[in-house]
Ligand binder design. Structure first.
Ligand code: 1CP
Length: 359
């Protein structure tokens, strides 16, 4: 928000503006979650993941849990990308051990035509309330990241009715009825822009879009069904100017082939997975955006020495591809953490990032 002072720890905001920082900022995708015993206890008390996400005080509690353990440089709102389709009427639920599902998936043009942008201070008020509570409790110590799924990634869950291995239904729709799929992507884009704008108005200081399933598309299909909608978000989402600007990060999994396009999209930062070297990514994006990433999450299964070695190698790869400078880098994993990871190893990682990147 333009009216509030910058956070005391503003490394993340400075890095996203490619300004000098004393050390590289670090946060981790899925930093709140099942690998933390205190998260499992909160979820047990709440009864379910959804009960927790829909209660602003509980969402705040689990958002803050990783920050109590580790000197992370940002908090990320505890919520889910599937809140938007849920609010559109698809009805999100979870089957233990099977992940998210929708009671009313959308499978044809008629169902898509009935979808509308949800009311951000109505059906989705619980998300905005969580942002407001977290900002109050964070008391400006670190910035708060708000987020959304990408139009394509949301559409995958909406059409498949849950997670998928082959994306058969949505790819069939792309082939057989591209007009219907574009109508779905278009309403999703309107909803994502409204959702991110509302999170920003509620107090989110950085915004990230997760295009988790962009990489399952062929290049021609990615350029038809994901990239143009990401670009529309980057261009149309109002986020201020200068030091008050709320930066937008586009994260894609398996989308390194499109780094140049993502860097030209109008986004402030691009998140990269671990299938491309950060030296190559930095060279190809040539200072047009900040880069976020890209440690293979599986490195957290290694021992502390291995973790320190791999962290140093990611930091050095970025510097090597960025003309010898470490500015413009946000350290993160190339994708989210897993429930079976050792919390002590996260401590080693964060400490290693700060130690190895100190200017
Ligand atoms: O406790 C539980 O059992 C629920 C597991 C869980 C958690 C911890 C889900 C269900 N969502 C979340 C929180 C969450 N989801 C966050 C905030 C926490 C943090 O980062 O610290 C965020 C940013 C997400 C985003 C999300 N949800 C994505 C994009 C990021 C990614 O990891 O690719 C996706 C694809 C989802 C869908 C989803 N929700 C939950 C699960 C298990 C999944 C993945 C299902 C699948 O693999 O298809």
């Amino acid at each position: 928000m333009t009216s509030s002072p910058p956070p005391t720890n503003d490394r993340l905001l400075r890095a996203l503006r490619r300004e000098p920082v004393d050390r590289t900022p670090v946060w981790l995708m899925r930093q709140a979650g099942r690998y933390l015993p205190e998260y499992r206890a909160s979820r047990r008390d709440a009864g379910s993941f959804l009960a927790m996400a829909k209660n602003p005080d509980l969402a705040c509690e689990v958002t803050l849990q990783p920050l109590r353990r580790f000197p992370l440089d940002a908090a990320i709102l505890f919520s889910d990308i599937l809140t938007i389709p849920d609010a559109m009427g698809l009805e999100l639920y979870f089957v233990e051990g099977e992940g998210p599902k929708f009671r009313h998936p959308v499978r044809d043009a008629a169902a898509i035509a009935r979808l509308g942008v949800p009311d951000m201070e109505g059906e989705l008020r619980y998300v905005m309330d969580a942002v407001r509570v977290i900002r109050r409790e964070l008391d400006n110590r670190v910035p708060l990241i708000g987020f959304s799924g990408s139009p394509w990634t949301l559409a995958c869950y909406m059409v498949e009715g849950g997670g998928s291995k082959d994306f058969a239904r949505i790819k069939a729709m792309a082939l057989n009825d591209p007009k219907a799929l574009h109508a779905l992507l278009s309403v999703n884009t309107d909803a994502v822009i409204a959702y991110l704008a509302a999170q920003r108005a509620a107090g989110a200081q950085v915004l990230q879009v997760f295009d988790t399933w962009g990489g399952v598309l062929s290049p021609a299909m990615y350029r038809a069904f994901s990239l143009p909608y990401l670009t529309r978000i980057a261009r149309e989402l109002e986020r201020g100017d200068g030091p008050d600007r709320t930066p937008l990060i586009l994260f894609g999994k398996g989308t390194a082939a499109y780094l140049e396009d993502l860097a030209a999209s109008g986004a402030d930062g691009v998140g990269v997975d671990w299938l491309v070297g950060l030296d190559e990514a930095a060279r190809r994006t040539a200072g047009r955006v900040a880069l976020q990433g890209n440690l293979d999450p599986a490195v957290l299964y290694g021992n502390p020495d291995a973790i320190r070695r791999e962290v140093a190698s990611v930091l050095d790869a970025y510097r090597d591809g960025n003309g010898g400078s470490r500015e413009g880098h946000v350290f993160n994993l190339g994708h989210g953490m897993s429930p079976d990871m050792n919390p002590d190893h996260v401590g080693v990682l964060v400490e290693a990032v700060h130690a190895h990147s100190a200017r």
